[in-house]
Design a protein around this ligand. Sequence first.
Ligand code: S3P
Length: 174
Amino acid sequence: MDGLGTSRNIVIVGFMGTGKSTVSRLLSERLGWERIDTDEEIERRSGLTIPQLFAEEGEEGFRDWESRVLEDVLAGSRKVVATGGGAVLRERNRRAMLAGGWVVSLTADRDSLIHRVTSSAAAGTRPLLEGDAEAKVTALLQSRRHAYDFAQATIDTSRLSPTDVAQMMLNWVR
Ligand code: S3P
């Protein structure tokens, strides 16, 4: 398993509901590194929520924000970066992530993902899952089945707590 090595940042990728945000929070606390969540950073910079941004600028407009934020954030160092589930779709972003950090992919089985993304706290926060969230997760999982393969390490979070996942990552880093 590749460790952090000389990478400057830790980049967490993975499908919606794999726990990227929570794990990034724990990791940044334990490492004393700054945490950036690209969705939160996009909302801060644009002054819009993610659903508002999708409504006003469409998915491509949102993806442009995402690419710009990723490039800026990855130019720095000692950051734990939680990315949005679709940040891996552009090759340009994948290259920026590999150049700027150690890329770890979080996965989970379909049932765990559906359970997590349909929880009341998650309701209405993800435009790509509006309507029949279960059907949309299934279709997106299929279309993105190899999208996270470029990561240097993968952790299946289905039966792990966020604390367990963060600890596994810390063990690799240290
Ligand atoms: C998206 C995932 C979301 C957010 C946006 C699009 C995706 O982030 O960036 O709604 O395309 O998978 P999370 O993975 O944090 O839910």
